[in-house]
Design a protein around this ligand. Structure first.
Ligand SMILES: Cc1cc2nc3c(=O)[nH]c(=O)nc-3n(C[C@H](O)[C@H](O)[C@H](O)COP(=O)(O)O)c2cc1C
Length: 450
């Protein structure tokens, strides 16, 4: 594969049913009647592939969010969804979310290895520990696992899954009809894992997948989350409102990864960006306002309460948000990164309650960019070239037009500036991200002890 030209942006399409604006499903042209139609998502993925994006990404949480009345917050299981998308595409990466708290490692290892096989090496796993407390009730847990417990379990979970993905060496599969030998048993290894949380014998019951291991993606921002990301993640999703905060996060993760002996270029930092595009600034502002005019205040106040633990329903919408109200927030909320992000907005911008809920309605705390294609391309280039991002998760406020605008108006500008590919240079997600294909742990062991 030819060496990469200058440093290139990594761009993923973050697909969220109904769009990233909380009222996106209601915007003209949003096609709410197709939200359960796989064809709608196959078309979106084809559009992302035509624009040569790196991957499509699906978030997930194994619990029904309670605020479904006004927002399209349902979830189909990501890997089932991505398998259908794999069949309709050939190059676009396929990143799906699954929880280390609510899955068994053997089952999860099989699911992602299978997606990697059926897609020719395009699978990525967004590793989450599921912070939503209500999820525990769906798995017979009386106590909600603590943040620290979730991350301790996640580290062992990852160790088990990695060993399972490596349990067949790359050349274990022989499939020689003439000799009748299908596989070399000496190159298929039980993992015999015995740990605090898991006992797993292995091996995995399928050959090693095209990428060796699907790509490890993660989205932690607490101290535990960051050290977990620096140790294991090959791509890190994150949410930042400002360039300085994104730069601090970027520098911290790269520093931690380097200190662990990792190549910082193999740890991609990808903040979210939600683009509201207009041919003029006025038109873009009008678009943003049109979305916020669709906001259901009850829903937004409920969102704010879920993030902060504070009920602002009695506070006048046009009055400034009182900073001291945040003192009363529950400690568990104060520990969460999204709470800090909201408090920073309140301290920095002193918004009215209306302005604050409009801001969060846009993309749940991710960066909202409102403007002409040139302005949005400038902001992307600035973050990319000033140590704040290796690329972005693109979060259209609505589909399909919200993404089509980005693909047809912003991507060509980034391409003209030499910042984004015009052709795929490989077929796997690792090729797109510029990541090495890892050798099987067992093959390496055999090689160094030979
Ligand atoms: C872009 C992005 C996507 C995320 N997707 C999910 C998701 O699909 N499911 C989930 O449970 N959490 C998701 N999260 C939340 C993180 O997994 C994590 O819980 C959160 O960033 C808090 O970090 P912490 O775990 O370090 O406290 C996402 C976060 C970001 C920034």
């Amino acid at each position: 594969m030819a060496p990469a030209p200058q440093r290139q942006l990594t761009l993923n399409l973050f697909i969220y049913p109904g769009g990233h604006h909380e009222a996106g499903w209601r915007y003209p042209g949003a096609r709410p009647e197709r939200l359960l139609d796989i064809g709608f998502y196959q078309d979106l993925a084809r559009s992302a592939e035509a624009a040569k994006l790196d991957a499509v990404f699906f978030a997930d949480s194994p619990v029904q969010a309670d605020d479904i009345r006004f927002a399209s917050r349902f979830r189909l299981e990501p890997l089932t969804w991505l398998s259908a998308i794999a069949a309709a595409t050939s190059h676009i990466g396929l990143i799906g979310t699954a929880s280390t708290t609510y899955y068994e490692p053997y089952n999860l290892a099989r699911l992602y290895a299978s997606l990697d096989h059926l897609s020719g090496g395009r699978a990525g796993w967004n590793i989450v520990t599921t912070a939503v407390p209500q999820a525990s009730a769906n798995f017979g847990l009386s106590d909600v696992p603590t943040h620290a417990d979730r991350y301790a379990r996640a580290a062992e979970f990852l160790d088990v899954v990695t060993k399972l993905w490596d349990s067949w060496e790359d050349d274990a599969l022989i499939a020689d009809a003439a000799s009748g030998v299908f596989a070399d048993g000496a190159k298929i290894h039980p993992i015999d894992h015995v740990g605090r949380h898991y006992r797993v014998k292995g091996p995995l019951n399928s050959p090693r997948s095209p990428q060796g291991r699907p790509v490890y993606v993660q989205a932690g921002s607490s101290d535990d989350g960051r050290s977990f990301a620096a140790r294991y993640a090959e791509a890190i999703f994150t949410a930042h409102q400002t360039l300085p905060s994104a730069r601090d996060f970027y520098a911290d993760i790269k520093r931690q990864a380097k200190a662990l002996g990792r190549n910082p270029d193999h740890v991609k930092i990808l903040p979210g960006i939600s683009p509201y595009i207009g041919s003029t600034q006025v038109e873009a502002d009008r678009l943003y306002d049109a979305f916020n005019a669709l906001v259901q205040t009850d829903y937004s106040l409920n969102q704010l309460r879920q993030i902060t633990g504070i009920d602002f329903s009695g506070h006048p919408l046009q009055a400034e948000v009182p900073q001291d109200a945040f003192e009363a927030a529950p400690p568990a909320k104060k520990a969460a990164s999204r709470y800090q992000l909201v408090l920073d907005i309140v301290r920095r911008e002193r918004p009215t309650l209306r302005q604050l809920i409009d801001r969060l309605a846009g993309a749940r705390g991710h960066y909202v960019s409102v403007g002409t294609p040139e302005k949005i391309a400038d902001e992307i280039q600035l973050w990319f070239e000033s140590g704040a991002a290796d690329g972005f998760n693109v979060m259209p406020p609505w589909y399909p037009a919200g993404f089509d605008l980005f693909a047809s108006e912003v991507v060509p500008i980034l391409r003209r500036r030499g910042l984004f590919r015009s052709e795929y240079r490989g077929r796997t997600l690792r090729d797109h991200f510029g990541l090495p294909r890892p050798e099987s742990l067992y093959a390496r062991e055999a090689r160094v002890t030979a």
